[in-house]
Design a protein around this ligand. Sequence first.
Ligand code: AMP
Length: 413
Amino acid sequence: MKFEEFPFDKKTLDAIGALGYETLTPIQEKVIPIALSGSDVVGQSCTGSGKTAAFSIPIAERMTAGKGLKVLVLAPTRELCIQITKDMKDMTKNRGMKVVPVYGGQSIDVQLKKVGRADIIIATPGRLLDHLRRGSISLKDIEILVIDEADRMLNMGFIDDIRKIIRATPEDRQTMLFSATIPRPILQLSRKYMRNPKCVEIPKEVDNPDIEEIFIQIREDEKFKMLMFLLDSEVPTSAIIFCNTKTLTDTLAENLKCQGYDAMAIHGDMRQAKRERVIKKFYQKKLTLLCATDVASRGLDISDVSHIINYDVPLDPENYVHRIGRTARIGKKGNAITLLSPSGHQAMRGLSVVRRHVEFTEVEGFNPEMYAPLDPKLHSKGGIRPNKKRGRGRRKFSKGRRNFRGKYIRYSP
Ligand code: AMP
C-alpha cells in the first residue's frame, strides 16, 4: 500500500516523502492503523522491518508541539536511542516538535538543559531513572509510551527498570511494545501493563530472501586468513565484522589495518564520543570495515551494508537475527557470512533455534599460505601500534593476493 493512499495529514506525507518512502512495510501496514486508533499494540517484529516509522508516524499524526512531555520511547542502547531520535526528528520536524535523547555516557548537565522543553523523549532506562530520581523529568503527562526491543531490554537486565518507569506514567496512556521475540517475562509485562493489546506478528527476518547466508567451517587459527580471503574475493563496499569480545574486535581491527584494510573497531568500552565518531565515518562511507560487538548490532541504521561477517558465531541465537538484519535493509540485497570454528559449535547449536537448517559452504581457492596469521598482540590500547611504513607482517604475505579472486559455491536458503 502506498503512503498517499493513507489519510495522513499533509505534514506527515511531506515528512515521509522527504525520507523517500513510498510504500508501507508490512509492520507499518498493520501497526499504524492500530496506533492511530489509540489502542495498545504488541509488534513482534525484527530489526530492519521499518518499525521505527511504524510508531513515529502515528506519534507525529496524533501529537502537537508545545504541550509538554507527552511521548516516551524506551530503547535498550545508546546507539538505538540516537537512531530513533534522528528518525523521530525527521518525522516530526515540520511540526516543530522537540525530540530529546536521554542516554548514559552523555553529560547529564547537557541533558538537564534540554529535557525541560521536550515534547518527546527517547531514553535508555538507566539514565531515565536517574532523571526521575533527580526530578528533572516527570512522566505524569505521558500519553504514548513505546518500549522498543523489549527482549533486548530483558536480556540486558532492564526489566525491573522498565516496570518502575511504566509505573511512573499515567495508567490511561497508550502503550506500544516491540520485540523480536516474546519471551515469558515480556508476555507478563504486556499482560500486566497493557490494555487489550492488539498483537501484530511479522515473519522473522532470518527468512529474508534478500539475504544470502553462507556458513563456512574453518580452523580457529585460520579464521583471520579466511576473513582476508573473503574480503579480497567479495570486495564488500561496506561490511560489519562481528566478534563476541571487545578485545577481539580491537585486535581484529588493528590486524586488518596492518594488512592494508580500511577497518575500525566499535565496542562498549570505547568512549561515547569515539563511538559516535566511528559510526559517523561508517555512515558516511569513509570507513569500509567495522569490527563490532553486539552493541553495534542494533540501532545502526545503515541501509546499504553489503556484508555481515560473523567472525564469531553469536552466543545468543537472537543476536544472529539482529546481526544479519544490518544487511539487506528494505529493497536491498545482502550477504551474511558466518565463520564456524570447532570451538564455535556450542554456539552453533544455539543458532539452530533461529536457523534450523544449516549447510556448510565449501570454499574453493583459499590458500592459507598467502595470508598473515592474526597477531593477538596487536590492539589499539597499549598494544603494538602498526607502523605505517614497515608494519609487522604488512605486505609480507599479501604479495599478489590483491588480484586474487577465489571462487566458492554459495548456499542460498
Ligand atoms: P527500522 O526497522 O525502523 O530500523 O527501519 C529500517 C530501515 O528502513 C531504515 O533505514 C528506514 O529508514 C527504512 N524504512 C522504514 N520504512 C520504510 C518504507 N516504508 N520504505 C522504505 N524504507 C523504509
